[in-house]
Design a protein around this ligand. Sequence first.
Ligand code: URA
Length: 239
Amino acid sequence: MKEIRLDKYLGEMGEGTRSQIKEMAKKGRIWVDGIPEKRTERKIDPERNQVTVDGRQVSYVDFEYYMLNKPQGVVSATEDKRYETVISLITERKRDDLFPVGRLDIDTEGLLLITNDGALAHKLLSPKKHVDKVYYARIEGTLPSDAKERIGEGLILSDGTPTLPALLEVLETGEVTEVYLTIREGKFHQVKRMFETLGCHVVYLKRISMGSLLLDEALKPGEYRTLREEEIEELKKGK
Ligand code: URA
């Protein structure tokens, strides 16, 4: 890992702004290798130097990866004036620059990757990469008999936007229809709008997977866990 300025190191670990950190250093609250350090511009080797704030060790991590089962009522944003955000649910986070990879609507549940790895996020979100996303949906009533074919050919949404061919699997049909829908893009409210085009209303939506990453069924809505090393590698490989 490369060397990094002390103020950047502490800032990224959520210890405060650059000026707050300078102030803390002036007061002798920041120590490096057992000695108070006032020069916040000095370089730190995260693998060799030991940094403490008020005697508490602050270790450095450059990337964090969390899988969240997003609950309803929480927004997929880093900050919001009215609602709780998905980031605030990651209570054990170390870095202050985490963001959700893509958005789920406030009333959608399920898989959300939360990281600060911009390159991976770009890979997963880029429209050119066509990463598969699988959703489980419950729909009021029944679908038209040709729903699978129409979705398979690609639909034209009510505002004229075309969708790429997608895959529909009907699990259950009756008063409520249960389906899996696999799409390869992520337009605004895409799943709900696709079913609206077919004259149907989605009453419950949950994302099950994104590329190779599957929602861990042990996670209840609102719960999260760190990604395993092999899950990160598979996502990076784009499998
Ligand atoms: N499609 C939707 O309509 N909503 C989501 O949250 C995700 C996909």
